[in-house]
Design a protein. Structure first.
Length: 107
């Protein structure tokens, strides 16, 4: 990040309260996590970022995908702060359907 700022790049970062002040101090534009984060980042970035993402120039590194029933393992890796990329949870179709008395709802 410092190298990008030194080279004159505009840096947009997402951070929690503990890191936000330090990032702003070195020159990054910072927004917090949580509801509306994507919209806040898009507002800071402008239309150019959406175009670059659509062209495949900007990508997100996914370290690992977990099925929903392994959410605890995913949380442990996330909390280790060493996942090596983003973690995703994958819901099987039958996990997304409404449940009734422990059985899938009739189709």
């Amino acid at each position: 990040m410092r190298f990008a700022l030194h080279r004159g790049a505009r840096v947009i970062a997402t951070a929690g309260p503990r890191r936000a002040a330090a990032l702003e101090e070195i020159g990054a534009q910072v927004t917090g996590y949580g509801n509306g984060m994507a919209e806040r980042v898009a507002a800071l970035a402008g239309d150019g970022v959406a175009r670059l993402a659509g062209e495949g120039v900007l990508t997100v590194s996914v370290a690992r995908s977990y099925p929903l029933d392994q959410i605890h393992e995913a949380a442990e890796l996330s909390q280790s702060r060493r996942p090596g990329g983003k973690l995703t949870l994958v819901c099987a179709r039958n996990q997304m359907e409404p449940q009734t008395a422990g059985r899938p709802a009739p189709a």
